[in-house]
Design a protein around this ligand. Structure first.
Ligand code: SF4
Length: 243
């Protein structure tokens, strides 16, 4: 069973502000270096062009796959798409208090820099690390009106972390906290399922019918920034083609 990323050279431990500044100081312009990064990922895009977040910048946070928050029952545990992402910087922490303090500094800087606001994609790799970390994002939404979040989780909605995520969506709405549940057949949730995910209860009444395949994967849009379906609550299920 795999336990971490295969790209260990791209793992950066951020357990203190010292670690953080050491990471930044590896670059020519350390002031411009953040853990929450403007997307370099072709699929994501940098500036949202459609929908209610139009005009906002799209940022993302990447953690270490399988080590940071990932649910061991994740359908893609052995086939995580991080296996095909040799260049992504992955962050790891043993201290979510320090880590989130650093994220707060960055978010505060970014939301002032981008007056139209920002959307943060959680998490390109990894998942919500612990209960404190999950609740932290509610605080971000409460403090900063021009910050919204979208992403996916493989946590179960009945787990401690899952319940916190449900509460955050209930409190702030899918408009601001659009976390989809991966490979999940609960018809009450907004989900994101792999096309090779075969629910055991297929045909049962709680399998959703109103689903759509990721538009970027079928070449209908250039990237997420020009699509926005994932943060549209009316689309119950997005299907992802597994390569
Ligand atoms: S459906 Fe749209 S927003 Fe969702 S992953 Fe695909 S391109 Fe991105």
């Amino acid at each position: 069973m795999k336990t971490t990323t295969k790209y260990q050279n791209n793992v950066f431990n951020i357990n203190s502000y010292n670690d953080y500044f050491n990471y930044k100081n590896n670059y020519k312009n350390p002031d411009n270096v953040t853990l929450i990064k403007l997307s370099n990922n072709k699929k994501l895009g940098k500036q949202i062009l459609v929908g209610r977040h139009k005009g906002k910048k799209l940022y993302s946070l990447t953690l270490v796959e399988r080590e940071m928050g990932c649910n061991k029952n994740c359908f893609h545990w052995e086939t995580c798409y991080g296996d095909n992402m040799p260049f992504a910087h992955r962050f790891k922490t043993n201290n979510t208090i320090i880590f989130t303090n650093i994220l707060t500094d960055e978010i505060n800087y970014l939301r002032k820099k981008h007056k139209n606001g920002i959307v943060i994609r959680l998490h390109v790799l990894g998942d919500f690390i612990d209960k404190y970390y999950a609740r932290y994002w509610a605080g971000v939404l409460a403090c900063y009106e021009n910050v919204s979040i979208y992403g996916y989780t493989a946590h179960n909605e009945n787990s401690d972390i899952g319940k916190i995520l449900l509460e955050i969506t209930k409190k702030f709405g899918f408009d601001r906290f659009a976390i989809r549940w991966s490979n999940n057949v609960n018809s009450k949730l907004n989900t994101a399922n792999s096309t090779d995910f075969k629910p055991r209860i297929i045909g049962a009444k709680n399998v959703k019918l109103n689903s759509i395949t990721c538009l970027e994967q079928v070449n209908k849009v250039k990237n997420c920034a020009s699509c926005g379906l994932c943060w549209n609550s009316k689309i119950n299920q997005i299907n992802f083609i597994t390569h």
